[in-house]
Design a protein around this ligand. Structure first.
Ligand code: GLN
Length: 494
């Protein structure tokens, strides 16, 4: 039998349905791959082999009984440890939530279990999803399975969904969930040569997802190819009355409508994304992407998104502002850690718990957020940022009167060496320069692998679509996937 861990979502689901192998065999193979790789990659905070096996046994029994199988039947996945999972520790990679075992299941994870998927474990991430390299986790760095040619230095898997990207690219999970506030699905996907889509804001319920910046947070799939992303997004998405911002719209059948024929489609190339001093390999992969989309029938149109340069500063006001409010709930009373010094009062407990429980990056964001929301500075920073956010969204609205989808690089560089950017927060924040604008506008956006750079590291291409047009984004992604022929994998060293 071929190694079952070589298979992605569609191949596993179809193989289980046909009886080529059982779901329990698949779960067993992935559990073994996780156990072998995790000491080296640190992609999982906890592993849950029994969950994967139990879900698989249920699928095998359903098949034996002739029942119909779900869209993810028999597929073992990793769950980013930002999704609350009933009975399984949920930490957001923070010390303050260490030991927190939810009594409830997030809507997105529940939908995946309902579709027949099983959980291999909870994946590591940047603490509270704040970061671009996974170095802010309280549970240690995730090590990317990718190495540059002739260089064994440990590289970042991207962030914040770095456990997800590392696990998918190392082929130790069939796919994984991610969340994206400013790029956390797309940038790690680009760094590791996999595909990931952040749908339109509101497509996936935020209920039971640890909140970072609620007006930006969206869940989405990270998988081996575009088809697998479409299948998994269908399982994750859908209206949820428990999330006030959930979209009350039917979930389209994205996977069955996939097509790489882009005849009649207009692709916008925003000139503001061509940064001075852009990495030549990144610029070249962008040109390749333009050529592939024209080959698929699309017309290429030069467009302008004039407020692009304000996107990062705007994001780094709005996201910390919302984070400072969302993270006020971690006070030592309700969840996880409690630090109550001898003879201390309530205020001391709050201070001690938060001082011990949050990492440096999280504290930095809480302080920035509290400052921009303070009475004296609210109008100068927060109100102003909201106005600029509207202008950024308007840039996209105007562009989408002329084009159907927008193509850019996903990130300004390939995966950097761990430690290289961690001393300078601004350097780290610059990694999201291409992904943040679509987040501020709530638009669907995806990263697909484009090729390798001169050091043999993956580069991603980024597609941004109109609100609710995940299909347009997925189809353009498929057109790139078919033409890029990206088949590179990290060489196994773990
Ligand atoms: N890297 C960005 C940040 O640190 C985005 C993170 C995310 O999308 N969760 O905020």
């Amino acid at each position: 039998m071929t190694d079952l861990t070589n298979l992605g979502i569609a191949a596993i689901r179809d193989g289980v349905a046909k009886g080529d192998f059982t779901a329990v065999e698949v779960a067993t193979a992935f559990n073994a791959a996780v156990a072998e790789a995790n000491p080296a990659l640190n992609a999982f905070i906890v592993t849950t082999p029994d969950h994967a096996l139990a879900a698989a046994a249920t699928v095998d029994a359903a098949r034996a009984a002739g029942q119909s199988l779900g869209a993810m039947a028999g597929v073992p996945i990793g769950m980013k440890d930002l999704f609350a999972t009933q009975g399984v520790q949920t930490t957001a990679a923070s010390h303050i939530l260490e030991g927190f075992v939810p009594h409830y299941e997030s809507t997105v994870s529940q939908r995946l279990w309902n579709a027949g998927a099983g959980m291999l474990g909870k994946l590591n991430l940047d603490q509270f999803a704040m970061g671009s390299s996974n170095e802010t986790s309280a549970f240690g760095n995730v090590i990317s399975p990718w190495r540059a040619a002739g260089d064994t230095a440990a590289r970042a898997p991207g962030g914040s969904s770095g456990g997800s990207s590392a696990a998918v690219s190392a082929r130790i999970v069939a796919a994984a969930t991610g969340t994206d506030t400013g790029g956390s699905i797309r940038q790690p996907a680009a760094f590791t040569g996999i595909s990931g889509i952040k749908p339109t804001y509101g497509r996936c319920s935020r209920w039971g997802v640890v909140a970072f910046a609620s007006s930006l947070d969206q869940a989405g799939p990270m998988a081996r190819d575009v088809t697998d992303c479409a299948i998994m997004l269908e399982a994750m998405a859908g209206f949820d009355p428990k999330d006030a911002t959930s979209l009350d719209l039917p979930v389209p059948a994205w996977s069955s409508a996939l097509s790489d024929n882009l005849q009649g489609l207009k692709v916008g190339i925003p000139r503001e994304y061509r940064l001075d001093g852009m990495d030549p390999d990144v610029a070249k992969s962008w040109d390749d992407g333009i050529a592939w989309l024209s080959d698929a029938g699309a017309e290429v149109v030069d467009i302008s998104l004039p407020h692009t340069k304000y996107a990062l500063p705007t994001y780094y006001i709005i996201a910390p502002a919302e984070a400072s409010s969302n993270l006020a709930r971690y006070d030592g009373v309700r969840y996880g850690l409690r630090d109550l010094p001898d003879g201390a009062g309530l205020q001391d407990m709050y201070a001690a718990t938060r001082a011990a429980g949050f990492g440096a990056e999280v504290k930095r964001r809480i302080m920035i957020g509290t400052y921009v929301l303070s009475a004296g500075f609210y109008d100068a920073y927060y109100t102003q940022a909201q106005k600029v956010r509207t202008l950024i969204a308007r840039d996209f609205e105007q562009a989408f009167q002329r084009v159907d989808v927008i193509l850019t690089p996903t990130a300004p560089t390939s995966a950097f060496v761990l430690g290289q950017k961690s001393a300078d927060p601004l350097e780290m924040y610059l990694n999201d320069v291409f992904s943040v604008p679509a987040s501020l506008a709530g638009l669907p956006a995806m990263s697909v692998p484009a090729g390798l750079d001169r050091s043999g590291l993956p580069l991603g291409l980024h597609l941004i679509g109109r609100p609710f047009d995940e299909q347009g984004v997925l189809n353009a992604g498929l057109a790139i996937e078919r033409r890029a022929g990206f088949a590179a994998r990290p060489e196994k060293w773990w």
